[in-house]
Write a protein that binds this ligand. Sequence first.
Ligand code: ZN
Length: 236
Amino acid sequence: MICKVKLWADGGIFVRKWLLGLCLLLFLDTQTAGHLREKTSLQDLRDRGIPTRMLERLEIPAEEIRLYGIFWEDLQYFPAAGRKEVQGQQFFFENSWHARRTFQGERLHEGCDIFGREEKSGYYPILSMTDGIVEKVGWLPLGGYRIGIRSPGGGYFYYAHLSSYAREFQTGEQIKAGEVLGFLGDTGYGEEGTAGKFVPHLHLGIYVRTQTEEDHALNPYPVLQFLQKRQKNFFY
Ligand SMILES: [Zn+2]
């Protein structure tokens, strides 16, 4: 009898170990599946020509990288046009994502600034990077003369500090990639018409809608790196 009980007890331990092992296997399996899903998804983006490794090098998390997939295929042109007769690099930008800004209170830089070799307002044309619809246009105290274009995939491209617009734009109108929107300038940081408070540059912002946010800001730096070779140059 004692022997039987002991056997049962041993059996119980065996069953418990077995169950524990099974649970551990199931746990590891779901972990691997999650990992695979993540890999597959980034692989999908890679297959679509999205340079995910470049985004990963900037320490952009996988979740965020997927958001770039919303509009990546809409990207066609670098947003500033240079002069055809000029040799070498005409535009400069660096990764200033979330750098501190102090005008009108503490905030973080939600975009990327593009400076021209010539520090002149109204000199360089600003082009739409994508096809799209004009969603917002006009003056903002921070952005100055700005225009916001929603691309077919759903990316919102915000071009700010323009010296002037190329023409009169209406909200809801269709824009072609490469179309001149206005000119690189130094407007903003005050009431309508304020200019000259900083070196002329284009402030580019990129936003997407997510399940939780209407305007989720993404770092435009990798987008600009990607489009650098697709710069239109004109005679002007
Ligand atoms: Zn900026």
